[in-house]
Design a protein around this ligand. Structure first.
Ligand code: NAD
Length: 279
């Protein structure tokens, strides 16, 4: 039976540490500010933005909310970002993605100052990560490293297999595991013999976006399994990319869905914002 990696507890631990840091900074007269921008009113985005603002309030970060109408033009959005880039009271700028189709997401990401890029999506942040320089790191993979470290799971020298090569999860995950001296293999939809490759893994990170695709036949006995996927099944219950019931008996440690990777993303966003204020 696997140990459950408790993302709820670990994310709470991180938020409490940040809360203390923020309150110490306040005593020195420094207040941290984050701008949260949403364009349009996609219901899922509204929930994410609400959770981010709640986390800011808990930690003591002042959040400034910009709820822009669906018809906002690319120029208007970029103009707002440029204004916030210049605003000393704002340390982190977050544009909730996806933006409406008439706005070019890449241009929006590039418009955010790399010093305020708390999502870690700016090409400069991604470049810094790939050459081992300081910069903001995408929150979900950064959260996974924290889950492993705070569960005393060693990465150095381990066979790490990442399934998925997206810019926000798979690729930065691979770079972070490499930075921690793991031996890293990245797999994707065109990988041949996926099962065989996965079975080599001491640490298997699954970010595919396919409900319950990874069952015990992909997992080596005693492996650590990290499930990034989030889906609602036919009974409206949350599940991941990993078939938990099948994998849990043979893994040594596993993240549940919900309560595993999910809560870490916001905790690391808050961490990035505090770091931005300390730069
Ligand atoms: P994505 O769709 O951008 O990327 C999926 C990746 O999986 C691709 O690189 C693709 O090559 C690979 N893939 C697809 N089918 C495959 C197959 N049959 N075999 C091997 N590889 C395959 O997705 P993403 O943004 O990386 O997200 C992945 C999952 O993680 C989704 O379920 C998403 O909802 C979830 N997610 C969760 C969080 C969180 O905070 N917990 C954050 C981001 C994403």
């Amino acid at each position: 039976m696997a140990t459950l990696i408790d993302g709820k507890r670990i994310s709470q631990e991180i938020k409490d540490e940040l809360k203390e840091k923020v309150s110490a900074l306040k005593e020195q007269g420094k207040e941290i500010g984050m701008a949260v921008i949403q364009v349009g009113n996609d219901p899922a985005s509204t929930v994410y933005v609400g959770n981010k603002k709640k986390a800011c309030a808990y930690i003591g970060i002042r959040s400034e909310s910009y709820e822009l109408p669906e018809e906002t033009t690319e120029e208007e959005l970029i103009e707002l970002i440029e204004k916030l880039n210049q605003d000393d009271r704002i340390h982190g700028i977050l544009v909730q993605l996806p933006v409406p189709k008439h706005i070019n997401e890449d241009k929006v990401i590039k418009a955010i100052s790399p010093n305020k890029d708390v999502d870690g999506f700016h090409p400069q942040s991604v470049g810094a990560l790939s050459i081992g320089q300081k910069g903001f790191v995408s929150c979900t993979p950064a959260g996974i490293i924290q889950l492993l470290k705070r569960s005393n799971i060693e990465i150095e020298g381990k066979e790490c297999v990442v399934i998925g090569r997206s810019n926000i999860v798979g690729k930065p995950m691979a770079l972070l595991l490499l930075r921690e001296n793991g031996t890293v293999t990245v797999t994707h939809s065109k990988t041949k013999n996926l099962k065989e490759v996965c079975k080599r893994a001491d640490i298997l990170v699954v970010a595919i976006g396919k409900p319950k695709m990874i069952d015990a036949s992909y997992v080596k006995e005693g492996a650590v399994v990290i499930d990034v996927g989030i889906h609602r099944n036919e009974n409206n219950k949350l599940c991941g990319d990993v078939d938990f019931e099948s994998v849990e008996p043979i893994a040594s440690a596993i993240t549940p869905v919900p309560g595993g990777v999910g809560p870490m993303t916001i905790a690391m966003l808050m961490n990035n914002c505090v770091e931005a204020a300390l730069m």
